[in-house]
Design a protein around this ligand. Structure first.
Ligand code: NAP
Length: 532
């Protein structure tokens, strides 16, 4: 089982020792605390020894990072840093982290330490490499790993920077290698796009013995670090094992997605293995789906803006609804096989994907339930505001329940196209203002009213038809300006939560084959959405 190592953000050892959170973490099973000696003002060997003995030595990772690899003490000489790391080893800490570059230049100075290996209290040596601006090639990363193993590392750590998710591919290739390596590898792609590497360390063949996290009160020691409670409670990091199933949401932007909170709560409630992650895919979706997702162990993906249409070319099968809508919000692995790489004499993992759209049913069913239950939309008209991806899903969803689809959109041609595809009709702004215009429901599918522009509404108060239910698919915030205007007019309202939970629950069932714990998912989504 992997541990969680929480990096100290303190300005001095006194500050660290006065911090209840860290003192408690250094005693807790499954947790480690990283002392970053390069960060501390007024550091002395005496103060350091006192700190190690006051905390639990066997729960400490000690690092005195070199300035060239991100160390904060620009005046620290190698000899001084090595004397602290030697003291740490003698004090019996759990891990001592030494940069490969330091080790390479000062090999002789480390000999007594490395020779002490095997003694009961000897620490494990992490030989590390850091690049805060770029991603070395797969070959270069392999060379660094080989050098670290050859020099006697107990654990190899490679922390490099990924500008985009496809940029993190060389590290992923290395992490997936099953043969030729003997030591655990902590491979970190820093930055938001490399978030996967912060969570999935224990799932790769040479599983990471621990992952790095920050305190919720700090920004962390490297870009993209999660908090220790996110890693522990949300992603269940300490329970992840090699080969664990991975699920996730791919989109851009993705940092504020509430899907990880909802899906991880469901996996946890049913005690299912695996984890659900946010994947920030900025460029084209296809390379990520084809080349990275199978290696990451992904079995199912939620797909969001802007990839819902582009992913279709990666899927060998899809539901009839996906074909009608022309977009998918769900992808599930239907088969995997090894294929020969033409002329290379190597094999690649090939994955077949199945595409579904759970937005349509979730929207239509939540609307039907809010209005009067099964059959209540049959023969009634529903006005959809917007003509983008969500509008297409709602349109085909309510159409399947027998409703007449009316469309109003800022760009009329787009509404006309959708009206033609779904067999509905467009209405003008004048028509929807008329007193005789009485659809059973009005559904906003535009992002108007979404945070941060929460005082915007796609329709004026006077434009809301008498007797209609007003459904806003926007869920951040849950109580939008449109819904507030509807309440002021005494109209029934429905917020975007039911649709969000409904589409997520249907995805969960496709991913896992188990009935979704809807209540748990709703509570988790509601809690996550209340942060907006
Ligand atoms: P999309 O494909 O980009 O479509 C956006 C639509 O909104 C287009 O019709 C666009 O009109 C219109 N629009 C955008 N800005 C506007 C403005 N300022 N004034 C008037 N109309 C405007 O986006 P989408 O995938 O359909 O998603 C739209 C929203 O649906 C999301 O922001 C999300 O809040 C919501 N949604 C909710 C759920 C849920 O589970 N509750 C699921 C999916 C989506 P033009 O054609 O004129 O550009």
């Amino acid at each position: 089982m992997a541990d969680i190592c929480v990096s100290s953000h303190h300005g001095s050892l006194d500050e660290l020792l006065a911090d209840d959170e860290f003192r408690e973490l250094a005693r807790r099973d499954g947790f480690l605390v990283e002392l970053r000696l390069d960060q501390y003002a007024g550091l002395s060997l005496e103060a350091f020894r006192y700190a190690v003995q006051t905390l639990t030595p066997t729960r400490l990772v000690v690092t005195f990072r070199a300035p060239v690899e991100g160390g904060k003490n620009l005046h620290a000489e190698d000899a001084q840093r090595i004397s602290y790391l030697s003291a740490a080893a003698r004090l019996g800490v759990a891990y001592v982290d030494i940069e490969l570059s330091t080790l390479y230049v000062n090999k002789l100075l480390f000999n007594p330490l490395v020779a002490a290996r095997g003694k009961q209290s000897a620490p494990k040596f992490i030989f590390s490499y850091h690049d805060f601006v770029g991603m070395p090639t797969h070959e270069a990363l392999g060379d660094l790993r080989r050098m670290a193993e050859k020099l006697g590392a107990d654990v190899v750590k490679l922390a490099v920077y990924a500008n985009g998710i496809e940029h993190s591919r060389p590290l992923l290739l290395l992490l997936c290698e099953e043969t030729g390596w003997t030591k655990p590898l902590i491979g970190i792609a820093m930055g938001e796009a490399g978030f996967w590497s912060r969570v999935l360390g224990p799932t790769f063949p040479c599983a990471a013995p621990f992952g790095f996290a920050r305190s919720p009160r700090s920004n962390g020691t490297a870009p993209g670090q999660p908090t220790w409670s996110e890693l522990d409670d949300l992603y269940r990091f300490r329970k992840l094992k090699p080969g664990a199933p991975v699920y996730g949401v791919m989109g851009n932007p993705i940092a504020h997605s509430r899907s990880p909170a909802m899906h991880n709560a469901a996996l946890q409630a049913l005690d299912l293995p695996g984890v659900y992650l946010p994947f920030k895919v900025e460029g084209a979706a296809v390379p990520f789906v084809r080349e990275m997702a199978p290696r990451l162990g992904v079995r199912g993906l939620s797909v969001t803006i802007p990839h819902k249409e582009a992913v279709l070319e990666t899927c060998v099968e899809s539901t009839p609804l996906v074909k009608q809508i022309g977009a998918a919000n769900t992808m599930v692995v239907s088969a995997t096989r090894l294929t020969e790489d033409e002329g290379l004499g190597t094999q690649s993992l090939h994955t077949d994907w199945f595409a579904a759209n759970t937005d349509a049913q979730a929207a239509a069913w939540s609307l039907e339930a809010a209005i009067g239950g099964p059959g209540c939309l049959n023969g009634k008209s529903v006005l959809i505001v917007g003509a983008g991806g969500a509008a297409r899903a709602v349109a085909f969803g309510v159409k399947a329940l027998g409703a007449e689809v009316l469309l109003y959109n800022r760009t009329v041609e787009r509404a006309e196209k959708l009206a033609y595809a779904v067999g509905g009709r467009c209405v003008s702004r004048e028509e929807l203002r008329a007193s005789h215009f009485r659809p059973v429901a009005v559904v906003n599918t535009t992002p108007v009213g979404m945070a941060p522009k929460i005082e915007d509404s796609p329709l004026e108060k006077e434009e809301l038809p008498e007797g209609s239910l007003i459904f806003d698919t926007v869920y951040n915030p849950l109580r939008t300006k449109l819904l507030r205007l509807a309440e002021e007019r005494g109209l029934k309202t429905l917020n975007g939560l039911a649709m969000f939970v409904g589409q997520g629950a249907a995805q969960f069932e496709l991913f896992t084959g188990k009935p979704a714990p809807r209540q748990v998912m709703e509570e988790a989504a509601q809690k996550a959405l209340s942060d907006f």
